[in-house]
Design a protein around this ligand. Sequence first.
Ligand SMILES: Cc1ncc(COP(=O)(O)O)c(C=O)c1O
Length: 355
Amino acid sequence: MIAFTRGVPPPESFPAEQLAECARSVLQNDAERVLQYGNAAGYLPLREWIAGECQVSPEQVLIGQGSLQLLDTLVRVSIIPDDCMFVEQPTYDRALTIFRRTGAKLFGINLKNGVLDLQELEAKLADGILPRFIYLIPDFQNPSGALMPLEHRLHLVELARTHGFYLIEDGPYRKLRYKGQAIPTLFELAPEQVIHMSSFSKLISPGLRVGFMLLPPELILKVSKFAEDTYINSSYLNQALAFNFIERGWLQEQIDFLRDIYSVRLNAILDELRKGFREMGTWVEPQGGFFVGLNLDAAHELSTKEEIHQAGLVLTDSQGFFVEGGERFIRLPFCALTPEQIREGMARLHHLLEV
Ligand SMILES: Cc1ncc(COP(=O)(O)O)c(C=O)c1O
């Protein structure tokens, strides 16, 4: 079976030996702190490092058990049923599940050829639908691989300022850029209107469960109090491991190593798409991240689960990425598969869509 389901790093990317050294050093030098309960906002040296990187005060940084947990905490303390929320469509399925749970009214704003349809968004605002949050993944979006152009970023922060809502910017793939130049984050453009979240899951290891959120002063206390009342704090040991890894200069080395592996895999999947899928659908060519999204045209149906299984493939149910619809979308994660598996998997997919 070839699984185009897992947006995870491959095991060969894990820096296990280096983390073992970090663990020894942390437990030898900082045991009293990392084995104790701590402040819910997180292990201070890591908060300070993140603050320096993102040019905010450490008081604005909240570290959690992965960034997804922080997103859940944020919406739990901020959303009341009947609030409105906008998301890109398609968007990250787990985030959508978290938003659905709040009882918020969800509106999907379509990505057209990988670009958010701002006219559709403005039409909603003109109809008096005012979101509390707009959730966005501007850099190498999960699931489509899209990159938000600078003009759109500028336009969105302007709308957020004018209408008084927050943008939630989710950026776990930002540093995994395989070509082209970085574009400023929404947070860099308008820190007062943007809640930025990111993670070490895709840069060091998801098993560490270390992610963070940058919050404006009016939200940080509310969110960290809820966190404290719910789980006291997330693992300082894991946060200290991440910090020690960074302090030794290994994060940048690791990112360079990941870029080398993943860019070959991205090229492999793009080659297959260009060779065989032009007649079947469209996709955005990602410059980074973990995913390519294939939009099937009207003449091509996705097969049933059973047929997909018989073809030796596993695909994610795409409707999870959409508030509504999604039947013609296929997410293709490429980082956890070798180039050979990618070629074989794409040949199977081609055959399946042909019949
Ligand atoms: C867009 C996006 N946000 C958040 C996460 C989860 O990150 P974490 O492991 O920090 O909870 C993922 C994981 O796939 C993701 O794709």
